[in-house]
Design a protein around this ligand. Sequence first.
Ligand code: CA2
Length: 142
Amino acid sequence: MSKRVLILNGPNLNLLGTRQPEVYGRDTLDGIAKACAADAAKRGWSVDFRQSNMEGDLVTWIQQARGTADALIINPAAFTHTSVAILDALLVLDIPVIEVHLSNIHKREEFRHHSFVSRAATGVIAGLGAKGYLLALAALED
Ligand code: CA2
């Protein structure tokens, strides 16, 4: 049976490709989802790719990953810098968790430099645009 990776995206990432291309690039979230599915298929993984603007949705989906996913990739977007709830949900997981950011959060405003989520992450990728998601998939290879 193929391994399953859950890829979660936080608030406003549904707007990708429509605004602020100088910060977040020109890829749409749908384009990133398709690229991830194609890349994961080559690696023998199946992908469940989701986005929500609601913190509670992300917490619920993280909880449901227990027993249903073999790895989690998450771009929590603005919740990265605010959400102890997402951190607590992630801390319960016993699967690899890769935190991805399109932009280099350390090169940006001070308030983006701290991530609550990183405390629960196996690894963090930031500043490499949409390619970061594919690098996260590559990082899951044995
Ligand atoms: O660089 C990233 O991936 C971020 O997680 C993106 C978040 C931001 O709050 C984090 O600090 C870093 C924002 C996502 C908003 O995406 C938009 C895309 C297009 C237009 C407007 C917002």
